[in-house]
Design a protein around this ligand. Structure first.
Ligand code: LLP
Length: 428
């Protein structure tokens, strides 16, 4: 079910202060999700990480840290942002895991300097680490040959996925790590994001068997990480996922993997979306209503023109993802089907589409100019995937907790967008 925390709040008052569009986060919703995950992975032999790529805003990271959940980071800068939010560096314990398929920018230097655990997603990264003089433990991210996802782009297991080390190359990579003197303390896989929970649980069981077979070849192993991907129900009427079966599966995986290894093997998961998706909404204003009429190219539509675009929330434009939309403060009255579209210079800047990229008008309370619309469940891959297209600054983020409202990031201005521009000679 989409979140409802905004119903009780005065969004107009916030809009007056920070303008529209803006993201609004609910601390309580985030805390509820953290507690749900901690129920099945309380720490110690069953440990959760937060895949911070879903939302890396500092206050969110601090909340996660206070709960004892660890981090999965994908870039050097994510490692540094996690540390700025108070997560310890080093690999004892490995509170920050660096999982990537490529060392880009400062990533290799950050791994070297901070000793966070590098989780190698491509065989050549062993050579990169060795060439840089890295001398610590590593993880291996394996592509087990199967996966799942809410769309094909989010399925990260199987032959069409660029992620991880293909399972038939694991042995060769293990030998390369041994030759480079890098002990493998973690085996990892993340096979996709947001499938149906039944499929997710089935694949998690398959992964347990998969790792049980691999385990004997890895004497230095301390942990196995089963990745993220717990689905979030974005559609109304869909029930919350029950994490109890996953909890049982992870506990029994810990027991069986530990028995096989002859020592305790920590079992980890690293959801991103499940923690943060329902914890934020994107609030936008309706600037205009206009229509097209049917002709030989297709049917006509009524368009609600709002000030949020795919620069703020790209999921509908990129994957045809569903985000529930409500009209703030007006849930009853006549309804009509509208296409909700943004300000960007792209016909695809539309929030009501299906997976085949067709317009999918949405039944909403009859709109008026000036209405505030709430795009629900925008916390995961919302602000984090926002961009500078059309030179619109990124929308501000507001945090709501028992102490009131806080601005967590300002609306970006022209200076923010152009701050890295220069015209310097290159000494070639
Ligand atoms: N671990 C690794 C190594 C990952 O690459 C990801 C997500 C996760 C964990 C967390 O997955 P989650 O629990 O959030 O599904 N932009 C897409 C999702 C891309 C996921 C990328 N990796 C979306 O908006 O649906």
């Amino acid at each position: 079910m989409p979140n409802t925390f905004t119903e009780r709040l005065d969004l107009e008052a916030i809009a007056e202060q920070v303008g529209t569009p803006f993201f609004l986060y609910s601390a309580q919703t985030l805390r509820d999700r953290i507690q749900a995950v901690k129920q099945i992975t309380p720490g110690g032999s069953l440990q959760a990480r937060y895949a911070m790529k879903a939302c890396s805003t500092r206050r969110v990271l601090e909340e996660v840290r206070e709960s004892g959940v660890w981090i999965d980071a994908v870039s050097g800068n994510e490692v540094l942002r996690a540390h700025q939010a108070g997560f310890p560096l080093g690999n004892r314990p490995p509170a920050i895991l660096f999982t990537a398929d490529v060392f880009r920018d400062n990533a290799l230097a950050v791994v070297q300097e901070t000793s966070v655990l590098p989780n190698v997603g491509s065989p050549g990264m062993i050579d990169d680490l060795a060439a840089a003089g890295y001398q610590g433990p590593i993880g291996l991210r394996i592509n087990p040959g199967f996966g799942h996802g809410h769309v094909r782009e989010c399925d990260t297991g199987g032959p069409s996925s660029k992620h991880g080390i293909w399972h038939e190359d694991a042995e060769r990579t293990r030998k390369a790590a041994a030759a480079a003197g890098l002990p493998i303390t973690l085996l990892h896989t993340h096979i996709g994001s947001g499938p149906q929970i039944e499929e997710f649980n089935r694949n998690m069981s398959r992964l347990v068997e998969f790792f049980e077979e691999m385990l004997p070849a890895y004497p230095d192993l301390e942990a196995i990480n089963f990745g993220g991907g717990i689905p979030h129900p974005y559609q109304p009427g869909k029930t919350e996922v029950d994490l109890a079966p996953l909890g049982e599966l992870l506990s029994s995986a810990h027991a069986s993997l530990s028995a096989r290894a002859g020592k305790s093997i920590r079992v980890e998961i690293e959801p991103g979306r499940y923690f943060i998706a329902p914890s934020a909404v994107l609030v936008t204003r309706v600037h205009d209503l206009k229509s097209t009429a049917e002709n030989d190219k297709g049917p006509g539509h009524k368009f609600a023109m709002v000030d949020a675009g795919f620069t703020d929330l790209v999921r509908p434009a990129m994957y045809g993802s569903y985000h529930h939309i409500t009209v703030h403060g007006r849930s009853d009255g006549d309804r009509e089907a509208v296409v909700v579209a943004g300000p960007l210079c792209e016909s695809g800047d539309v929030f009501t589409r299906d997976e085949r990229e067709f317009l999918e008008p949405r039944e909403l309370t009859k709109l008026r100019r000036g209405d505030l619309l709430v795009f629900h469940d925008a916390g995961a891959y919302g602000v984090q995937m926002s961009s500078y297209y059309n030179s619109l600054g990124r929308a501000p983020q507001v945090w709501h907790d028992e102490e009131g409202f806080h601005l967590m990031s300002r609306r970006e201005a022209l200076e923010d967008i152009t701050s890295n521009e220069c015209f310097e000679p290159l000494a070639l």
